[in-house]
Ligand binder design. Structure first.
Ligand SMILES: [Zn+2]
Length: 246
């Protein structure tokens, strides 16, 4: 998205469905969850940018896989990750916890812990006029992350926390899963007109080879069944149902 002339967030689609976000301000850039390094290096060099920091939401290899090579190119950058993950995110040199406030690109960014997908997943919240949340694998457009290490309750509470953010928050998730999530959601709520409308919009974007993310929190409240679930029982039913859906 384009905040203004100086500030933008660019998405690089890599691997089968990962998106690496590059938050750029003037000549500096922050990279979120570099699954791989090469396209990031090419982008930064071809645009004559300075890499300031890497943000890591969690330890999965399709989020930290490119970090080692980026450090080789830029040895002095900050690698920001959860203090609980010193073993599994080995290159971190700025260890953070829930509620910590960081200065990145001259802006204040808050660390929000959002457990469930892993036991120490964090997200990064930038409270701009249009607020931004780099949410990793916790929330996707029309979906949410699988619960690998945490509990249903932790994930439900993480989504509750995201719901409490301003409704104009843009959610920068790490995977392009939107279409399959919408097809599943339509299977559960066949008459939901918001999901139908979103599906045709998303199909159009995909045919134009455009990203379907970031997504807007206000819209997700209408199409994302996990966010709409108002109690843990419904949420857990949906998560189990989605895990089995092909
Ligand atoms: Zn993951």
């Amino acid at each position: 998205m384009e905040f203004n002339k100086e500030q933008t967030i660019i998405g690089l689609k890599v691997l089968s469905d990962n998106v690496i976000w590059l938050w750029k301000k003037n000549n500096s850039v922050v990279v979120v969850d570099p699954a791989v390094s090469q396209p990031v290096i090419e982008f930064i060099k071809s645009n004559n940018l300075n890499l300031e920091a890497i943000l890591q939401t969690h330890h999965h290899s399709d989020h930290i896989g490119g970090t080692k090579k980026l450090i080789k190119e830029w040895p002095n950058i900050k690698i920001i990750a959860s203090a609980k993950e010193k073993d599994r995110i080995p290159f971190q040199n700025l260890s953070v916890k829930d509620g910590d406030k960081l200065q990145l690109l001259g802006e204040e960014v808050q660390v929000l812990e959002v457990l469930g997908h892993t036991r120490s997943h964090i997200s990064f919240y930038f409270k701009n006029k249009t607020p931004v949340l780099f949410v990793g694998d916790t929330l996707f457009s029309a979906g949410c992350g699988r619960i690998f290490e945490g509990t249903y309750k932790q994930m439900f509470n993480s989504l509750k926390r995201i719901k409490s953010l301003p409704n104009n928050t843009l959610i920068y998730c790490a995977h392009e899963y939107t279409k399959s999530n919408l097809l599943w959601a339509l299977n559960i709520e066949p008459d939901n007109k918001y999901i139908k409308e979103k599906l045709s919009e998303v199909e159009k974007k995909i045919s134009l080879k455009e990203l379907t993310i970031p997504c807007l929190l206000e819209e997700e409240m209408k199409i994302n069944l996990f966010l709409k679930a108002d109690n843990l029982k419904v949420f857990s039913y949906l998560r189990d149902n989605k895990d089995l859906w092909v």
